[in-house]
Design a protein around this ligand. Structure first.
Ligand SMILES: [Zn+2]
Ligand SMILES: [Zn+2]
Length: 222
């Protein structure tokens, strides 16, 4: 309802072709989905096996999915959502993720990578929280928000080594997790892979036995 009202005030434009009235038109969505990400989410290279990983990377999660490389339409859609207050973009972004994921077991719980508090205040919304709730709605699953940030250091612009150091100390889990459930960590952009790695490790340390990862995009290797 609110999104409908807002779109009336400020009409949406497709991030790919500029068409009015939508943030992502069907044609531009097809462009994104027709070039799926087929490398290992952890290293960005390699021949992946069926679990979405290369088999060489040592990661604390068992399966991974990614919609596409972070470029072109998808890069603009995520950028608009995070940096130009296009709040309603949570809907097409959650839909892309849902379209990429296979059928998930009913015991799957969606865990958004928590956002730095100051970024939530700046945007006026918790961008991954909105996507997590929308994805949960689309798949009739539940959301768990007990994964929290304990550091509020920003990652943008930091070097690889600095990112890994920050990510390692970044998370805590507010409760004991259920070892019978599958925790599906979701993020918008995977860059070095350090964030999802340490977030997944935090969930295991809190009692989870199975952690999967799904990202909307991966930063292409230079
Ligand atoms: Zn378009
Ligand atoms: Zn790999």
């Amino acid at each position: 309802m609110l999104d409908t009202l807002l779109s009336f005030v400020a009409p949406h434009h497709c991030c790919g072709c500029g068409e009015t009235g939508t943030l992502l038109c069907d044609n531009c969505k097809y462009d994104i989905m027709s070039e799926p990400f087929e490398a290992c989410i952890a290293c960005g290279k390699g021949l992946v096996s069926r679990n979405g990983l290369c088999g060489v990377c040592k990661v604390p999660y068992q399966r991974a999915w990614c919609v596409a490389d972070r470029r072109d339409h998808l890069q603009r859609l995520i950028g608009n959502y995070k940096f130009t207050n296009a709040r309603a973009a949570y809907m097409p972004l959650a839909q892309l993720l849902s379209d990429r994921l296979p059928e998930l077991p009913a015991e799957t719980v969606i865990v958004p990578i928590p956002t730095i508090n100051s970024h939530i205040r700046q945007r006026g919304y918790d961008h991954m929280g909105l996507i997590a709730r929308r994805l949960a709605h689309l798949r009739a699953l539940s959301v768990d928000i007990s994964l929290q940030r304990i550091t509020n250091t920003t990652q943008r612009g930091s070097g690889m080594r600095e990112r890994a150091k920050q990510a390692k100390a970044a998370f805590m889990c507010a409760k004991q997790l259920d070892d019978k459930k599958i925790y599906l960590l979701i993020d918008d952009v995977v860059t070095s892979g350090a964030t999802v790695k340490y977030a997944a490790q935090t969930l295991l340390d809190a009692g989870a036995s199975t952690v999967w990862v799904a990202s909307i995009s991966r930063q292409p290797l230079d």
